[in-house]
Design a protein around this ligand. Sequence first.
Ligand SMILES: Cc1cc2nc3c(=O)[nH]c(=O)nc-3n(C[C@H](O)[C@H](O)[C@H](O)COP(=O)(O)OP(=O)(O)OC[C@H]3O[C@@H](n4cnc5c(N)ncnc54)[C@H](O)[C@@H]3O)c2cc1C
Length: 406
Amino acid sequence: MFAEYTEKQLAFKDTITAFVESEIRPLNDAYDLTLPFTAADIRKIWQKMIPVFLNPKDGEAIIDMKDIQNASHSGEGLLGGLPIDTILLGIAIEEIARVNPSLMCSIMISLAPAGTILVSRNDEMKKKYLLPVLTGQKIGCAAITEPGFGSHSAGFRTTAVLKGDHWLVNGTKTWISNGDISELCVLICSCDEGTGEPYTAQLLVDRDVSPYRSRSLPHMGLKQFPAGELVFEQVKVPAGNKISGSKEKKGDGLKKTLQAFEISRSCMALCSVGIAQAAIDASVAYVKERRQFGKLLGEFQMIQEMLSDMATETEAARMLAYRALSLIQAGKRAEAAAAMAKQYATEMAVRVTSKAVQIHGKAGLSEDFPIERMFRDARMLTIPDGTTQMQKLILGRALTGLSAFS
Ligand SMILES: Cc1cc2nc3c(=O)[nH]c(=O)nc-3n(C[C@H](O)[C@H](O)[C@H](O)COP(=O)(O)OP(=O)(O)OC[C@H]3O[C@@H](n4cnc5c(N)ncnc54)[C@H](O)[C@@H]3O)c2cc1C
């Protein structure tokens, strides 16, 4: 059970905090916070982060690159046998999200295909794409949602029909993180090998080889985070690019997709924790400066109560998220733990940033202060990777053994 950071984790946290303050915070002045990152922006920033994230020397890094090409997935757990430290990953996510959650989301999504490739055991794809993804040469995305299928993600309509040496792909995916700037897409679709027995699969679509169209979708918060629609119209994808799913093991592709949510939901929870922590830090600083009725705001009991609630809820969410990541690290299933963390943390961040607005008064609503941006950013996170309601239904299913959805 996760209770406290180990010495190694604390040392990593110090390193990442110092890095974020010296290298990431200045980017908030260098970039327009209302415009989505381009692929070139993400590549450039990722180059700075590689030495901290991927350390080939001493193994104290999120991904140990020493033998990554030969690493192979084992066991039932999501990342069993792979040299990925999920707690260090969580620490990095929380720290980066504290300063720029849009950047955090974009980098994490870009790296996501690396995990999918490693888990897939497709050696050809591993050889071809693992390093380009990890080194930022290919900006990644994962496409499940379609215009008609959001929460009911398994209902998707995108198809891939095998024609000799390639799949012919048709369909539209929407609200895909990094979609418009993506260069490599993990596409969830229905594969048909001509046997009339379609099955769910994941295809790795390299945009250079298999061009697909896209457009950017503007949104309320996380303004620098590029979300987009992808259109596949008669797109040819090499037959060997299937990374999960087969007609023999029909449920395998869907199982892999759903299992990947365990880590993405835990990460989303820590992104929310990072935003909430930033709102607390800004609020504490503000109440020690702003005076009313001849007193500092921080001296008023009702202000202290709000701060105390904000800190307690943020810490509770942090513990839930690290607990889910600890289970994944231990090679155990974390579906319920990740659902609990995701729904609590994302809703918590909305409450906490809303209280931060209240504490700041009119300054909390002003675009001259960062608080309104934190509130809009937090509001974005109760929807992706399964809405709050879907997380509650997953928990309800775990508690009762009865499914409210299929
Ligand atoms: C910032 C962001 C990033 C995203 N990134 C990606 C990505 O990278 N890849 C990707 O594939 N998708 C992505 N999405 C899409 C996301 O996964 C969907 O938006 C989400 O699954 C919900 O689908 P929907 O928006 O269509 O809502 P709907 O499914 O239409 O739901 C609308 C409302 O109805 C509720 N509802 C639905 N079904 C039930 C039910 N059975 N019981 C109770 N309530 C229900 C929902 O909780 C919600 O409140 C992203 C979305 C956002 C906001």
